[in-house]
Design a protein around this ligand. Structure first.
Ligand code: PMV
Length: 296
């Protein structure tokens, strides 16, 4: 059986959300596809290589299979992955591969899991692989849609385009979160108000999106908020030369942009007048309502 699950983008609030502030996160229309067939042994075929159960090369898939087997013991499976989501770029490719594999395993072996069960197992896989994590990525990838976290309020939205520019530099979440924690420990009186300001930006963006639900999204106001959020992310040290260059290039075209996810690399996003932007490694995505699903 074949299943797919979407990528995600943090529109506003990364890093501040680690300190219990709000973040606005949406699933987007890039998918990871997992094809699972019963077999007498384990074989995983992905863009990272072909292996058996392998916790080094394929940690997310291997832990997904291991944790699924605790609920429904299986003798073997062939798992084939095809993904539209760039790896280690802050777009949630690890969660999407985990969730799509779990859904395909469930269908192939008729385990009767609900999407809530799939989320819970994927959340455990995140802990097994990373030792920590907010659970946001598997949550969004399982359910789809746009959410205000950590309170998990689902938001209705009018469709809009998001420009993504991939720096092609790796974004290592644990490293960036640690860097910010060190800065906050050293300068709590400076860094905490920055998180409060980011929180205000996120809540303002939510207000804009909610008030524009029946109209064209007010891209001017969202652009200003994107610009402010990027300035504050730069202030806490999670931008990079490459990110700054892309932000500047877009600014020259009158487009506000910000990093998304942990930063230090990964992707830059922009909303607004983005239709004719022709930057290297750039593409357009849309918020995606649908989470994990079976593919026919
Ligand atoms: O780069 P990502 O997609 O792993 O996002 C990290 C977001 C942070 O706020 C920096 C960390 C977190 O767990 O929320």
């Amino acid at each position: 059986m074949k299943a797919s699950a979407p990528a995600k983008i943090i529109l506003f609030g990364e890093h501040a959300v680690v300190y219990k502030k709000h973040a606005l996160v949406t699933a987007v229309n890039l998918r990871c596809y997992a094809d699972v067939r019963k077999s007498s042994n384990f074989k995983i075929i992905s863009p990272l290589g072909t292996t058996s159960l392998d916790f080094e090369v394929h940690p997310w898939i291997s832990f997904a299979i291991k944790n699924f087997s605790k609920i429904k013991p299986i003798e073997g499976a062939e798992v084939k992955i095809e993904s539209e989501i760039p790896i280690a770029s802050g777009l949630g490719s690890s969660a999407a591969v985990t969730v799509s594999v779990l859904k395909a395993l469930d269908a192939e072996f008729e385990a009767g899991l609900t999407n809530d069960d799939i989320y819970e197992i994927a959340r455990q896989v995140e802990i097994d692989v990373q030792g920590m994590g907010s659970g946001t990525d598997p949550f969004i990838s399982t359910l789809g849609g746009m959410w205000l976290v950590p309170k998990r309020e689902r938001l209705k939205f009018k469709d809009f385009d998001i420009l993504v520019v991939d720096t092609k530099e790796k974004s290592i979440t644990s490293e960036m979160v640690r860097k910010v924690a060190e800065l906050r420990d050293k300068y709590p009186d400076i860094i905490n108000p920055i998180f409060d300001a980011i929180d205000g930006i996120t809540l303002k963006a939510v207000k804009v999106l909610k008030s524009e639900i029946d109209k064209e999204v007010n891209k001017n106001e969202l652009s200003e908020l994107i610009f402010l959020n990027q300035c504050l992310l730069k202030a806490i040290g999670v931008s990079s030369i490459k990110i700054d260059e892309i932000v500047e290039k877009l600014k020259e075209k009158g487009i506000a942009a910000k990093l998304t996810g942990a930063g230090g690399g990964g992707c830059v996003i922009a909303i607004g007048n983005i239709q004719n932007v022709d930057l290297e490694n750039s593409f357009i995505v849309k918020p995606e309502k649908e989470g994990v699903r079976i593919e026919q």
